[in-house]
Ligand binder design. Structure first.
Ligand code: ZN
Length: 144
């Protein structure tokens, strides 16, 4: 069953991270400091190295992997919601190497920024709260 709500546009944060930042931790920190409890994130740039994950649906666990090389962030797309009452960033990235080959996955702590420019759009009129979902094993938007 589909679960859909209407959200309003409630402003935009625009910025960049600096070399050496942990990509996911900084985005999470920015959302926390600015009280962004619901929104979307988009960004691009480059990383010195990356740590991503793939959710193994059969065993319901994330499998983490590392890419220990400089890569372009051709796209980061993510959302912000509340998990355990604090802003939680869920982001996926596509990363490209020097030959243009792409890797992708669920962004994990341990991805080190070389340069990163982002836009965070804040949603109003909606609460997005993550709760454990029995059918997937993931913490998904409740939306009951
Ligand atoms: Zn994910």
């Amino acid at each position: 069953m589909r679960r859909v709500r209407e959200a309003t546009f409630a402003g935009t944060l625009v910025g960049r991270l600096v070399r050496g930042d942990d990509l996911l931790e900084e985005l999470t920190g920015i959302c926390g400091e600015n009280a962004v409890g619901a929104g979307r994130i988009e960004g691009l740039g480059a990383v010195e190295r990356a740590r991503l994950a793939f959710f193994d649906q059969a065993v319901r666990e994330y499998r983490f992997f590392e890419l220990d090389e400089p890569l372009e962030i051709t796209k980061l797309v993510g959302n912000v919601s509340l998990r355990d009452a604090v802003p939680f960033v869920h982001a996926h990235v596509t990363l490209a190497d020097a030959s243009g080959r792409a890797y992708g996955g669920h962004l994990a702590p341990g991805t080190v920024v070389f340069a990163f420019e982002f836009v965070i759009e804040r949603f109003g009129g909606i609460e997005l709260i993550r709760e454990h979902d029995e059918t997937t094993g993931l913490a998904l938007w409740a939306m009951e």
